[in-house]
Design a protein around this ligand. Structure first.
Ligand code: DP6
Length: 354
């Protein structure tokens, strides 16, 4: 028998940002976060894993986009594989008819359908695809829930826990020191707000300056503003944006999304030494969006588009479908030389077996 599984997982883009860890080895965040999962067809990681008793020395090997990567002891990849094995072992202990896959070696191949260099996070979709593929190989579901799997994906990369679900997803930061309550939950399913679309403006495909893992801990260590963000800003916004999503209130959703992107980048500036992720083009897009929204509001209509920026200069714009061609036209008009990507239908079904 051949034991093999292939699954894919999409990229997610946070509207309430995760920035800061209270535990760097378990990857426990300093605040809750909330994201929207993008369409599987456009930006995703696909992972294939095979288990075989003959795989040895080393028992596990991993290829990322065709290049073999070392699986470091103590590393995040190691943790994820070990945790998934433990879950399989648990099932085998209860049912001795199950083949002992937990004792087999593994060969894992993972690929992104987008260039890693595009400055778009690939760790989220990458670890989510890995976890979902191993869950499928080990036939863990339905015994093990998706939220339970998200706790393991979290230990690969924090934002990865949110890519196991489609639609609108919250990562509940949790309070315990063992991380048992730090997991992803669905806020609203994919179908709930399918008119909402995302437009990714690749401002620069150069590799970003400060990697997020290092950057966020520098912010934790030095930024007084982050403490205000953790205690006051994020808890209120998590509530408000969840309500806006449930009510499909784009105006409110846009307001909170843009405010949180700006608050996150303000904490980066408040870090010592400061971290700059946005550049002049990023800021010009902010101004354009603010201007367009102001004009629309003056005409008695609500906001028509929202921006958000992660740990890099690229803009992700959210807009209801009816506004997308207008937004795209404006962006192309004011940034004629930019190599912006197409629009993506935002909602997807999260990680998937293919
Ligand atoms: C700005 O999840 O990449 O995109 O947990 O260290 O792997 P690690 O960090 P990562 O950080 C993502 C930061 C962010 C905001 C977000 O996605 O919520």
């Amino acid at each position: 028998t051949i034991y093999e599984a292939t699954c894919s997982a999409p990229v997610n883009i946070a509207v309430i940002k995760y920035w800061g860890k209270r535990d760097t080895s378990l990857i426990l965040p300093t605040n809750d976060s909330l994201s929207v999962t993008l369409d599987q067809d456009h930006l995703r990681s696909v992972t294939t894993a095979r288990a075989d008793p003959s795989f040895s020395s080393p028992p596990e090997r991993l290829w990322l986009n065709g290049v073999e990567e070392e699986i470091k002891s103590q590393g995040r990849m190691r943790t994820c594989i070990d945790e998934m094995r433990k879950l399989r072992k648990g099932l085998e202990d209860k049912d001795d008819k199950l083949p002992k896959l937990s004792t087999y070696g593994l060969r894992i191949c993972s690929e992104n359908n987008f260039p890693t260099a595009a400055g778009l996070a690939s760790s989220a979709s990458g670890f989510a695809a890995l976890i979902y593929t191993l869950a499928s190989l080990y036939e863990l579901q339905p015994a093990v829930s998706t939220s339970h799997l998200s706790r393991i994906a979290r230990q690969g990369s924090g934002s990865a826990c949110r890519s196991l679900f489609g639609g609108f997803v919250a990562w509940q930061g949790g309070e315990t020191t063992d991380g048992s309550d730090s997991l992803a939950v669905e806020v609203a399913p994919q179908e709930h707000w399918s008119e909402l679309q995302a437009l990714i403006c690749v401002v620069s495909d150069a590799k970003k300056g400060t990697p997020s893992t290092a950057g966020m801990q520098r912010t934790v260590a030095t930024s007084p503003l982050l403490q205000h963000r953790i205690r006051e800003v994020v808890p209120a916004r998590m509530k408000d944006i969840s309500q806006a999503i449930k009510a499909r209130d784009f105006n409110r959703f846009a307001e909170i999304t843009m405010a949180d992107s700006n608050n996150f980048h303000a904490t980066c500036l408040d870090t010592s030494p400061p971290i700059f992720y946005m550049n002049d083009v990023s800021r010009a897009i902010v101004q354009l969006v603010e201007e367009v929204n102001r004009a629309s509001e003056e005409a008695g209509k609500g906001k028509i588009v929202a921006y958000t920026y992660d740990a890099g200069p690229n803009a992700v714009l959210y807009a209801p479908k009816e506004n997308v061609s207008l937004v795209l036209g404006l962006i192309r008009h004011y940034f004629p030389n930019a190599d912006f990507d197409d629009t993506f239908n935002l909602l997807s079904s999260g990680a998937n077996a293919s």
